[in-house]
Design a protein around this ligand. Sequence first.
Ligand code: HEM
Length: 400
Amino acid sequence: MATAKCSAPTTGARFTATELPDYYAPWMNVAANLPHLIEGHQLRREVAKMPLLSTQYLRGHRQLRLARLALGFITMGYVWQGGGRQTVKILPRALAVPYCTISELLDLPPILVYADCVLANWKKRDPCGYVENLDILFSFPGGDSNKGFFLVSLLVEAAAAAGIKAIPIIVNAILHHGLCSLETALQDVALSICKMREAFKLIHVWERPCNCFLLHVFGTSWKDNFLMPEGLVYEGVWDSPKQFFGGSAAQSSTLQCFDVLLGIQHSAAQGFSAEYLGCMRDYMPAAHRAFIQTLASGPSLRQFVLATGDAGLHAAFNKCVSALADLRSYHIQIATKYITIPAGRCRAEQQQLGGCVHKGTSVLSERGTGGTGFMRFLKAIRDTTRKAQLTEQEATVPTH
Ligand code: HEM
């Protein structure tokens, strides 16, 4: 694995917060001991002892993100401490009140999302080091499996950064008819997507295709979930139960940005894909959501490239599309290895033992996608992506 050198002294401003004022020790201590507390079935008892703390001593965006991360992990552990068994209906006041207050300030739903456990859940042990110095702040039972899932996702995000940075250059190039800079920026996007796929491969180094707590439970929502048909009551906040989707990398803004940039519309393939991906935007940080919306309301890259009739631009555009489709194909392989196969094995084991299939297993293989089956969902999205290639025919038909 290559080691990047630190080219400039860091101020720490680009890093996540890793500590909160001492006042918040009751949250931080519980969150830091989560694997142990969950495995020993002690977490609910610990939460019952937690005091109701004020959020007024949290300073700035990073501390708010860290506090939300800690409370999100504790909440997930609290609800799913017993796996799919013994679910709870009420989130106690000491958790619910500060969690909802902070979530409202950050404009995020009060449930652990991808932006928490991947984007805010890391630190560098050595500020000058790279991958081997990355570590996560909080974890569920499952040891290195957890770490691998979160850190590999983080590295996929980091690989996307160059492509996202090229987007404003692309929009400017369209507005000012800068064909050369447009082609270069499109090549940057394609390269960045290829690097996302390379980063994804690291999952095999870290992750074991096991029935770990993370894959069973992290993404398990209290929305449209028969284990919690009414949702969850946030005590002291709302009187009626609320339903929210659980965490998923589908909440990453990276692929949605590239879809919008390239004019890829999933509604054309299957209605539910577009609906689910649209919902996922509500689970992204507000700034990411706003960026995607602004991009969607800007000039159409696809139409512009077609109108120029420029062969180099066509090729660069198509390279982006095929890189994105290839990334999605690779993602399907990962989902097969880490979800479909373990879920099938688990189901078979349960049947062999003569019992009925544990409900959690079915939730796992249907998660997120409104019960439509995530494989069909992922394949439909990949196929729509592939079809977004500019064809020879389109290129020869004048668009104006
Ligand atoms: C072990 C690793 C992973 C597994 C098992 C996995 C599995 C899944 C599953 C089951 C879905 C269906 C929707 C849902 O259930 O919410 C999904 C969707 C999605 N995942 Fe992953 N995922 C993994 C890692 C990642 C990573 C690292 C990324 C990239 C940042 C990613 C990006 C997406 C996206 C964008 C979607 C929405 C569908 C799409 O736009 O193609 N996933 N994933």
